[in-house]
Design a protein around this ligand. Structure first.
Ligand SMILES: [Zn+2]
Length: 160
């Protein structure tokens, strides 16, 4: 794993633009999690999938890098929703590859944790859905499960 890059996150560079995001898919997620965690990664994968499918991830934003992007997000805690959420920061490069990952939980400091996995799954799903930007409804924290966006009706074009 490459050295951790400490990129200062500032809101001015934060975007919802998914076109910077390298083409990642679910099998990429599973392979990086397996190689990035101490165990086989099975636990992280099943936790991460749960976080993704139950929409634990929110406040996702993309920051463009030279050869990819940095993504920051927050993840609710599974049992303790009243506690402050975990903070996640990952760097994805073209290839695709996971250059660095960091999470405020105990596991996330030394390896790929379930929260990072959940974020990767969420991003891979958006990429697979051909979204060009992060839907604004992802930012809200409590939503019914409506992953399926009707074809041809994508996101309403906001009048600019
Ligand atoms: Zn974590």
């Amino acid at each position: 794993m490459a050295a951790k890059v400490n990129v200062k996150t500032s809101d001015s560079t934060s975007t919802k633009d998914l076109t910077f995001l390298p083409a990642i898919n679910f099998s990429f997620v599973e392979s990086v999690v397996k190689s990035g965690s101490k165990s086989q990664g099975d636990k992280e994968i099943s936790k991460g999938y749960k976080y993704f499918s139950e929409k634990y991830l929110f406040n996702i934003s993309v920051h463009k890098l030279d050869n990819g992007c940095m993504v920051t997000a927050r993840c609710h805690r599974s049992q303790k929703k009243n506690e402050s959420p975990h903070e996640i920061e990952i760097s994805l490069v073209e290839g695709p590859g996971l250059e660095s990952s960091n999470c405020s939980c105990a596991i996330g400091k030394s390896g790929t944790c379930g929260h990072v996995t959940g974020l990767l799954y969420t991003l891979a799903h958006m990429k697979a859905s051909n979204l060009k930007s992060i839907p604004s409804d992802i930012l809200k924290t409590s939503l019914p499960q409506t992953w399926h966006i009707p074809r041809g009706e994508k996101l309403k074009n906001q009048p600019s």
